[in-house]
Design a protein around this ligand. Structure first.
Ligand code: EPU
Length: 432
């Protein structure tokens, strides 16, 4: 059990290099299964969700080699298992991408129902709808999803809700299906485009990714490729807000500014200065932060994965802000923790009313999910006094060396190992 201990009140200054995108990497790694040759993937973030994906690939029979800091060579030709068991799948939501990739390659898959951040009801009906449309049958039993098809055939898939995961899974399953697949009401996030670019670099024929209609003409074989994952827009946005919350001046490097447009525009309204370059951005504050209203929606709207972080910033701004969550049922679970730090936030359903108090104070808090953890770090950096954040394994699922990068910007943050009391008492009982 590790925790972060932050001594707040230090201005962040200097530059930070953003890692590859979690939500692209966790789809691209399973997508390698579809290749008939080894692939080299660069700019892979060092986060626990990626490490679990690599472990699943190894357990299936792929050969995974680490060629350098963030570069992996993956040879999928020896894969002889099509099952992702509960023990690994429960640890991350994105294990569902193994369904689409295995089905697309072997016409069958057996994957445990996915785990991931607790954000409310997380159905997979749209994933199953897509697999069925392509000709697969599914059964759900004892927590496992089984898929099988004699032959996958292209078809029209219309999603009832805009869903990132089901759009990507439909692409994975359709890429080798016979004929044409048309996905309508598709999600448009940068990681959808990244997965399409990756699959196309292996010889797939995917058009329209990044719009709400994606057309896929099935091909028989996919070949090896060398591909670099896009920068993580949410990690970049999190560092932009950390800079702003501490009144800092930070250069955010290795980013695609276009992917950050909705975040940039909102931060400028709040009073944050931003100067954009080709693949970097300077973010600084030299005046008061002011209230704003934020509503999260699918891309190109303001991302739900930045909602807790911007809420933390708005607790420091002048005036009353309204934050509306438009994607997940339960994305305000962090609010109680921010209140412990002096924030004045009232939640009513999917709407949070934030009375800017101008300052926060350090407190012991708990990360309840990945982005909630990021928000608590931001609050802790800006707060007076010491903040201790427990359950940081949530944060490590999606942020590559968060504390090291923050220390590089002058933050006083340390990762401390604390003995796991439960495990200790179990061991003590076992020893008796
Ligand atoms: N939905 C359905 N049925 C489905 C699938 C989704 O009703 O079959 C609903 C969900 O309940 C939700 C909405 O559709 O209300 C959007 O869900 P989506 O499928 O887009 O989410 P996801 O694919 O499970 C990914 C990211 C999340 C991010 C969302 C939205 C990954 C691994 N996860 O989840 O990332 O919040 O898209 O952008 O890509 C995070 O990184 O912190 C994170 C939670």
């Amino acid at each position: 059990m590790d925790k972060f201990v932050i001594k707040g009140g230090r201005r962040l200054t200097g530059s930070v290099v953003i890692s590859g995108a979690k939500n692209a990497a966790v789809a691209i790694l399973p997508a390698v299964i579809l290749s008939d040759e080894p692939c080299i993937i660069e700019n892979v973030p060092d986060i626990s969700d990626v490490n679990i994906s690599l472990r699943i690939l190894r357990e299936m029979g792929a050969v995974v080699e680490n060629l350098g800091k963030d570069v992996y060579k993956i040879d999928p030709t020896g894969i002889d298992k099509v099952c992702v068991p509960y023990e690994t799948a429960r640890k991350m939501r994105a294990s569902y991408y193994f369904l689409g990739a295995l089905l697309g390659k072997f016409n069958k898959a057996r994957v445990s129902m996915p785990g991931g951040c607790p954000l409310g009801d997380r159905p997979i009906d749209q994933h199953l709808k897509a697999f069925s449309a392509l000709g697969a049958e599914y059964t759900l039993s004892q927590g496992m999803i089984d898929l099988k098809a004699d032959q996958l055939r292209g078809n029209q898939i219309f999603f009832d809700v805009v869903t990132v995961g089901a759009t990507m899974n439909a692409m994975l399953a359709a890429v080798k299906a016979e004929g044409l697949t048309v996905i309508e009401n598709a999600a448009k996030e940068p990681h959808i485009v990244d997965l399409a670019n990756f699959l196309n670099s292996m010889g797939a024929n995917i058009m329209g990714a990044g719009t709400d209609v994606i057309k896929i003409r099935g091909v028989q074989h996919l070949h090896g490729t060398s591909y670099s994952v896009i920068p993580d827009q949410i990690e970049a946005g999190t560092f932009m807000i950390a800079a702003a919350a501490t009144g800092g001046d930070v250069m955010i490097e290795n980013i695609t500014p276009k992917h950050l447009e909705s975040i940039t525009k909102k931060l400028e309204k709040i009073g944050v200065n931003i100067e954009q370059y080709d693949d970097s951005m300077r973010v600084w504050v030299d005046g008061p932060l002011v209230k704003a209203n934020v509503k999260t929606t699918p891309h190109p709207g303001f991302p739900t994965d930045m909602q807790p972080q911007i809420a933390a910033l708005l607790t420091l701004a002048e005036g009353t802000s309204i934050v509306t969550e438009g994607v997940w049922e339960q994305r305000f679970r962090y609010v109680d923790e921010l209140r412990r730090m002096g924030a004045d936030i009232t939640v009513n359903g999917k709407v949070a009313l934030i009375e800017g108090t101008g300052s926060l104070m350090g407190a012991p808090v708990k990360a309840c999910d990945l982005r909630a953890g990021a928000a608590l770090i931001i609050a802790g950096l800006a707060a007076n006094g010491i903040t201790e954040i427990e359950d940081i394994y949530h944060i490590e699922r999606g942020y590559d060396c968060m504390e090291g990068k923050l220390r590089g910007l002058g933050a006083d943050i340390e990762k401390i190992s604390v003995p796991d009391k439960m495990a200790e008492s179990k061991n003590a009982r076992a020893a008796v």
